[in-house]
Write a protein of this length. Structure first.
Ligand code: CTP
Ligand code: MG
Length: 382
């Protein structure tokens, strides 16, 4: 039997209790919509993803999520939205996860534990959390009819996992339920509850949205981000052109052609830093068309890059750069170059290495210099 997984994400609600002017799934959380979060978190386990969008928002959802996601029009209730999505599930999928867009931060790891349990033979698996409040049943006049034993209660979350055949059968019922497991229970099938997670919380009110926002920020704090950058310049035909490399001046060496001082090491580091912070690249930040940066030194570009990286909320953990070329000989001045680059970056750790390329390529033929750099950034706690 195949063990592929289809993911259904009901997102067809309007989010009345949240009170935004747009459907709840399109509300922003930490720079992305709720539906984008939900899709991103479940995509790693999914062979197929079907999203039920509110009527009229199908194209918006498709644009946002891309062509690999199947978008259908949601129904009047969550149950109807799931039923419509079920019709699109491919038969190659052995299992189906149903996951509310209203729980955007539920982790991939939770989805994987649900699937592990299905693969081990369970037919229906749902995440549940212990409840903090004592729960009582009341009658129409608000008199308590029963006090439930708290230790035996679970607040259930999504994603909920089922074998495809079971879920399809369960949904032949006309009942309207708040979760899919309810329909499965009604058929007398065992539903297994596994440990849920705080972050799979449901966003219903503005207060919930603020709580989720805090969770996203906590995730971003101390996050590591790696970036890579390269640069290359040809040695100049002009014998008077001076060489700047690794933030230092090299006397008696012919320099390279290029916009600015042509310091390939500094430029590669700038690109690595900008990439790590998702800030674009040298060209998009300090384009040749901007007179402000014409003739800018490598050190100036590094300092300006550092300012931008910091403004985006990052600190530099370390930078490594490798210079590729036949000349100049880096070894004797390696420490000097590291120090200069580090100073330009506010004292960050910068290591400099160098290599030749065995006579191969433009660097091996002595026609120019190149450099490759990596940078590791840490998200500064806010
Ligand atoms: N849902 C759906 N189709 C509906 C109603 C709800 O697909 N007709 C989805 C919602 O988009 C949500 C999930 O079911 O992802 C759980 O519903 P809920 O949290 O109640 O969301 P809304 O119905 O949008 O919110 P409200 O009840 O406050 O209007
Ligand atoms: Mg609702």
């Amino acid at each position: 039997m195949s063990d592929l997984v289809a993911v259904i994400i009901p997102a067809g609600g309007s989010g009345e209790r949240l009170g935004a002017k747009i459907p709840k799934a399109l509300v922003q959380l930490g720079g992305k919509t709720l539906i984008e979060h939900a899709v991103a978190n479940l995509a790693p386990v999914a062979n197929q993803i079907i999203v039920a969008a509110p009527a009229g928002y199908e194209a918006t959802f498709q644009d946002l999520l891309g062509s690999e996601i199947t978008i259908i029009t949601g129904g009047l209730t969550r149950t109807l939205s799931v039923k419509r999505a079920l019709a699109e599930v491919g038969k190659e999928n052995a299992f189906i996860l149903v996951h509310d867009a209203a729980r955007p931060l539920a982790s991939t790891e939770l989805a994987m534990r649900i699937i592990d349990s299905l693969r081990a033979g369970e037919k229906a698996v749902i995440p549940g959390m212990p409840v903090a409040d004592t729960i009582k049943r009341v009658d129409e006049d608000n008199y308590v009819t029963k006090t439930l034993t708290r230790s035996k209660l679970r607040a259930v979350q999504t994603p909920q996992g089922f074998t495809r055949k079971l879920l399809i059968k369960a949904h032949t019922s006309p009942d309207d339920v708040t979760d899919d497991a309810g329909l499965v229970e009604d058929r007398g099938v065992d539903v297994k509850v596994i440990a849920g997670e705080e972050r799979a919380m449901k966003i219903t009110t503005m207060h919930d949205l603020a709580t989720a926002e805090r969770m996203v920020i906590a995730q971003l704090d101390n996050q590591m981000r790696v970036g890579i950058g390269t640069d290359a310049h040809a040695f100049s035909e002009d014998p008077t052109r001076s060489l700047w490399l690794g933030g230092i001046f090299w006397p008696n060496q012919v320099g390279v052609d290029g916009h600015s001082d042509g310091d390939v090491a500094a430029h590669a580091i700038c690109d690595a830093l900008l990439a790590a912070a998702s800030l674009g690249d040298l060209g998009s930040n300090f384009g040749t068309s901007d007179p402000k940066y014409a003739g800018a030194s490598g050190s100036q570009l590094l300092a300006e890059t550092l300012t931008r990286v910091k403004a985006a909320g990052y600190t530099i953990n370390n930078v490594a750069v490798q210079i590729v070329g036949n000349r100049p000989k880096i070894g004797p001045r390696r420490a000097e170059a590291s120090f200069a680059l580090s100073q330009a970056l506010g004292g960050a750790s910068v290591s400099v290495s160098a290599t030749t390329t065995d006579g191969l390529g433009f660097t091996g033929e002595g026609r120019g210099l190149s450099a490759i750099a990596t940078a590791l950034l840490l998200r500064s706690p806010r």
